[in-house]
Design a protein around this ligand. Structure first.
Ligand SMILES: Cc1cc2nc3c(=O)[nH]c(=O)nc-3n(C[C@H](O)[C@H](O)[C@H](O)COP(=O)(O)O)c2cc1C
Length: 627
């Protein structure tokens, strides 16, 4: 069917705004969806024609991202955060309240076309769960009562602006930070509980940039290298070394990308830095660009944080006005440098895997967020094939501070192998959830005490892909040489069901796997099935061995970091809570230890793929032979 003139008009306008460039596919899709309510077949045809792509390519991108829809959605798309912290905070009642008030189930749209209801993994609000997204608006601290109020308000006014913020007399109480900025229209509190010396402290704006521009780019790289700064996004790679490699790669262009995808369940510290310290971040990106010789920067902002975009665009615009971005960036801070640098914001669309740096680059290029093989590494061939530095928000916020205060100051904080501070996003069973900036090397127990987590029996350090540890490990230190973390810290008392947490995170990884490589796509399903068998009381001791072996295989053979860490909820909980597993095992009366039945586990996928087992299906074998 020919696209309607209306669809054509909207698509053409959207594509034109982005130069009909297929690399800007994500922006085009967001704009089309915002205006048409979804990206249907007709819209995809038009987008393909306008950007010189094939329809299948456009469809491939649309269907990759959870936040893009191919069928009409309600005017208000409600995404209920179903993360484990939200579950513990009562999200089931919230879900039931939405379903009852709207008269629809999750996955459906109301007949009047006003509301669609969906579940979504962690939206970065664990410190104020239960939380939902309504389009771009974040609503936190929900109760069933508030749900009916929200729904009736929206039914009446059909205007999202009529959802009132929770505190009286303004968006937030004084002292809750930059949330007061009129451009941040959401109910998100920053909950900064402890501001450390480096990131959440006051600082001299642009002193770091001025200091950098007085040195040669190579000297700046050298300084970051000598500071011992390591990436805060998870892997802990030396930032200076990364910059050095990007600078050393011969190329006409280089790129600096800030990773603000923050999809790791339980993590929300980048959200707070983006809200409180946006200028510090942009200054850090500018210094990185100067050091490696980049003219272009991208801030990859997760779709869940779209509410921050107007504010962040405003900060960028202010920097342009001040001459801190654009041409001649050295002038304003009194330097000789007349180079140029600017930053654009790329909005993600609900895909955890896009936090992985090569997937993130694919997404910035307008493609499915699938990881790339390495080598080449992004510093050699990244965005559009150019050398690209990808750094986490927190990493980049450290940079101006190092330039401002010096290497020795930075190294004097933290430990010998982990210089500086770390932001921890604390949530779960504790009385003071929120953000804590502590020197690297503080113990788990110290952080639990600060957060008022009195009876913690288990801590998930580093999110779903991190380690689940018990009381005997609370003396361990949060730093690269002991217990590394990207920042999530979820505390659970012994009233919580550990295996329910583990099961949810396996569900999370299965949903979020990009599906490209078999170990991750299939292996995680088998891991979950093995776990479920144990939870149902059907497990044998050999199942534990099976899970260990399978987990090891997935870690060793997967293509990217998602598969390298996805078995960890099971493996680390088995290691630290062996009795929880042992208590559920069933002793077979005949003493036999039947293993996990892989054929049985495959049944579901066979049915979906309309394939039957040749080996184990006697009827099928017979009929094959008869033929
Ligand atoms: C599945 C997956 C998700 C990731 N998510 C993030 C993320 O949300 N933010 C982030 O900075 N790094 C994330 N990373 C790590 C990035 O790949 C990369 O190491 C990081 O952005 C580099 O920045 P850094 O050196 O400053 O830490 C993720 C990695 C994997 C495998």
């Amino acid at each position: 069917m020919e696209p309607s003139t209306y669809t054509q008009g909207i698509v053409q306008e959207a594509c034109r705004r982005f130069g009909n460039d297929a690399h800007r596919m994500m922006d085009i899709l967001w704009e089309v969806q915002d205006r048409l309510g979804c990206i249907d077949g007709q819209a995809m045809e038009c987008i393909a024609a306008e950007t010189g792509s094939y329809r299948v390519e456009v469809e491939g991108v649309v269907t990759f991202y959870a936040f893009f829809a191919t069928t009409p959605q309600g005017q208000f798309i409600i995404r209920i955060c179903e993360d484990i912290i939200d579950r513990h905070a009562g999200v089931e009642e919230i879900r039931a309240a939405f379903e009852k008030t709207l008269g629809i189930a999750v996955g459906q749209t109301t007949n009047d076309g006003l509301f669609s209801l969906h579940l979504t993994p962690c939206i970065g609000m664990c410190d104020q769960a239960p939380a939902v997204l309504i389009n771009d608006l974040v609503v936190t601290g929900l109760t069933p009562g508030k749900v009916s109020k929200i729904v009736s308000t929206l039914k009446k006014s059909r205007n999202l602006n009529d959802i009132k913020p929770q505190s009286k007399g303004g968006l937030f109480k004084p002292g809750e930070g930059n949330n007061q900025h009129p451009l941040i229209r959401s109910m998100v509190k920053n909950n900064i509980r402890l501001a450390g010396e480096i990131l959440l402290n006051t600082y001299s704006p642009e002193a770091g940039l001025a200091g950098a521009l007085q040195q040669t780019p190579a000297e700046v790289v050298e300084m970051i290298l000598a500071s011992g700064l390591r990436g805060r996004g998870g892997a802990g790679f030396s930032t200076g070394r990364k910059w050095q490699m990007a600078a050393a790669t011969e190329a006409e262009e280089r790129y600096v990308i800030c990773n603000a995808d923050e999809g790791e369940p339980g993590t929300f510290k980048d959200r707070v830095l983006l809200t409180e310290k946006a200028d510090l971040l942009f200054e850090g990106m500018t210094i990185a660009a100067y050091a490696v010789g980049a003219r272009h920067g991208i801030l990859y902002l997760r779709g869940e944080y779209r509410y921050l975009r107007p504010y962040l665009e405003h900060c960028l615009e202010e920097r342009r006005k001040k001459g801190l971005l654009g041409a001649n960036i050295g002038k304003t801070v009194g330097g000789q440098y007349d180079g140029e640098f600017d930053i654009r914001i790329q909005i993600g669309a609900g895909a955890y895997i896009c936090g992985e740096e090569s997937s993130l680059i694919s997404s910035c290029e307008g493609r499915r967020g699938e990881p790339k093989n390495r080598p080449p590494y992004p510093v050699q061939s990244g965005y559009l094939g150019y050398p690209t530095v990808v750094n986490n928000v927190e990493t980049l916020c450290n940079v101006p501070r190092i330039l401002e205060k010096g290497i020795s100051w930075f190294r004097s904080i933290g430990t010998s192998e982990s210089a500086g501070t770390k932001l921890h996003s604390v949530s779960g069973d504790c009385s003071r959830p929120g953000i804590y900036e502590l020197p690297m090397g503080c113990t788990v127990q110290e952080l639990l005490d600060l957060a008022g987590a009195k009876d913690s029996a288990c801590v998930q350090v580093g999110g779903a892909s991190g380690d689940m540890i018990g009381r005997t490990e609370f003396g361990r230190r949060l730093c690269f040489e002991d217990l590394p973390t990207a920042g999530a810290f979820m505390s659970f008392t012994q009233t919580r069901n550990i295996l329910e947490i583990v099961d949810y995170y396996m569900h999370f990884f299965i949903e979020e796997s990009c599906g490209y490589c078999t170990p991750c796509r299939v292996g995680n399903v088998f891991m979950k099935k093995g776990l479920e068998k144990i939870i149902q009381g059907q497990g044998e001791p050999s199942d534990l061995e099976y899970l260990k072996d399978l987990g090891k295989t997935i870690i060793e053979t997967s293509r990217c970091g998602l598969g390298h860490t996805s078995p960890k909820p099971i493996l680390t909980s088995m290691k630290h809570f062996p009795l929880v597993y042992a208590a559920l095992l069933k002793e077979r009366p005949d003493g036999l230890q039947a293993g996990f039945n892989i054929q049985h586990a495959l049944d579901e996928s066979r049915i979906i793929a309309k394939r039957r087992s040749l080996i184990y299906d006697p009827d099928y074998s017979k009929s094959e032979k008869a033929d």
